[in-house]
Structures are given as C-alpha cells and as structure tokens.
Design a protein around this ligand. Sequence first.
Ligand SMILES: NC(=O)c1ccc[n+]([C@@H]2O[C@H](COP(=O)([O-])OP(=O)(O)OC[C@H]3O[C@@H](n4cnc5c(N)ncnc54)[C@H](O)[C@@H]3O)[C@@H](O)[C@H]2O)c1
Length: 276
Amino acid sequence: MQRLFGKVALITGAGRHHGLGLAIAERLGREGAKVVVTDIGVPATDLGSDRIGTIAEMNTVVDELRAAGVDAVACALDVRDEAQVQRAIATAVEHFGALDILVNNAGVGFLMEPLVEMSRERWQTVLEVNLMGAFLCTKHAARRMIAQGTGGRVINIASVAAKSGSIHLAAYAASKHGMVGLTRSAALELGAHRITVNAVCPNHVTTGLGALQNDYRAKQRGQSVEEYLAEMRGRIPLGRVGLANDTAKAVAFLASDEAQYITGEAMNVSGGQEVH
Ligand SMILES: NC(=O)c1ccc[n+]([C@@H]2O[C@H](COP(=O)([O-])OP(=O)(O)OC[C@H]3O[C@@H](n4cnc5c(N)ncnc54)[C@H](O)[C@@H]3O)[C@@H](O)[C@H]2O)c1
C-alpha cells in the first residue's frame, strides 16, 4: 500500500534500533513517504548517555532504511532546542521540498523513582523532552504546513500513561497527560488549515526504554523480567504486550487520507489494557 506516496515525514527520536521511532519510519517509508529520521545524537549528561541515540546509530539506521528502499535522511535534533527544531524542519524542506507529517516520538521514560525522592531537575528534564519538545516541533512544523497550504498531520506518541497514573513515573505520566492536552488544543487551532493533530497511546513495548522499565519494575517486585512480563500479559485482554509495529500501523493510518476527518483524538494501542 502506498497511502503516503509523495508525503514528507519528520520523526523525532527515531535513530535507535528497536525503538518505536524506527518502526514508524520504516512503516511510513514502506507506504511511500520520504522520511527525515532525527535523534538527539550527542551525549546529554542529564539523560544518561548510554540510554539515548548516537549520531553513529542514527546514520546506521538511515543506511538500513535506504537499503530497504526508503528515501531517508538523518538529522541530529535535540527537541528541547528551538533553533535545532527549526534547522531540522529546514532540512526536510531542503532535501524533500516539503513537510507534511510530524511524528513527535522522542521521549524519556527510563528515569524512574518515587515521587518523594524526585528532584526538581529530574522533573524538568522529563517535561522538557516529552512535552516542551513536542510543543516546539509542533509549533514550527505547523508554521511550515500552514505556509504550504496543503494541510498536514501531527501525530504525538503519548502512552497509556497519558490516561492513567504510573508508579515511580510521575513526571513521565504528567508529561504524557500534558501531551494529550497539547494534542487537543493544537487540533482546535490548526483544523482551519486542514492540519490534523492526534495522539497514539501505546502500552508496554520492549524497546530500549521499555526494557529499562521492565528491569526496574521486576527488581522492585523481586521478580525476574520474564515473571514480570508474564504477569503483565495476564492483565492485557488481547494476551500479549505491544509490538513497535502495532504503534507504527496506527501512525500510518492517522497520517493517511483515510484519517482526514479524525483530529484531537488520543487513540489507545494497548490490546485493551487501557479503555478510556
Ligand atoms: N516502549 C514503551 O513501552 C512505550 C510505551 C508507550 C509510549 N512510549 C513512547 O514511545 C516513544 C519512543 O520510545 P521507545 O520506547 O521507542 O524508546 P527509545 O528509547 O528507543 O526511543 C526514545 C528516543 O528518544 C530519543 N531522545 C531522548 N531524548 C531526546 C531529546 N532530547 N531529543 C531528541 N530525541 C531524544 C532517544 O535517543 C531515543 O531514540 C517515547 O515517547 C515513549 O515515551 C513507549
């Protein structure tokens, strides 16, 4: 299916193997979109350098996408830096002539600790990456889409933690709840320009971030990771945890013409785990 033929998509936090961002880039590319793969690229001491993407990994990911027939380009982007956001959007336009689809996927969800122990700085880091980053990217992508006059799509990767609380992830859950507020507000403002804005809310997927959460939760309960995952599967009506491709398929649908009358939604992709 080439539902996105000729469209240009920019995806944040997409430069890591096994991540949702890469699965989204692959899927949009397979459906005909040209993709700008972005990721933070350089070490950031507040995030833990081993947990975020490097330039080398992002370049490898882009080489692999190209080898699979996807028209892709890499671009370093720390979503907290407004000048870098503007540069990334300019890169999309320079390489591919337009920007039609923005996927706000960059996020940190591995900084887990009890609320009563969380520092102000830690709170701020999570909110800045997960929520302010999505705001900055939406602002500048929407400016470009409005100037183009051809409509557009903004898709925010939230979480089931955007609908319910999450133990030892207070800042993360607050940022993802905030992302839904951003989604709804942006949908109201941008609808006049035929730009739809939606969020996708996945449950657990064993990505880099997901694996770190599993390790933490299993240790907290005195379980092995496999025991913890088995218990989790038991709570999911469809009987398995999420796959990166479950989210990628939902994003491709929301990016396509088939979803042209859907905006302001926060769609669960959780096997029935989250139902509101
Ligand atoms: N894995 C899950 O269980 C799960 C569930 C629901 C939602 N999500 C969300 O999906 C998104 C992708 O996460 P993932 O699970 O693929 O993990 P991941 O760690 O593979 O991906 C997150 C990406 O964000 C990047 N990043 C971190 N800080 C950044 C910054 N300042 N600027 C730009 N990029 C930055 C990282 O380098 C990484 O590539 C996140 O927003 C996450 O909250 C994940």
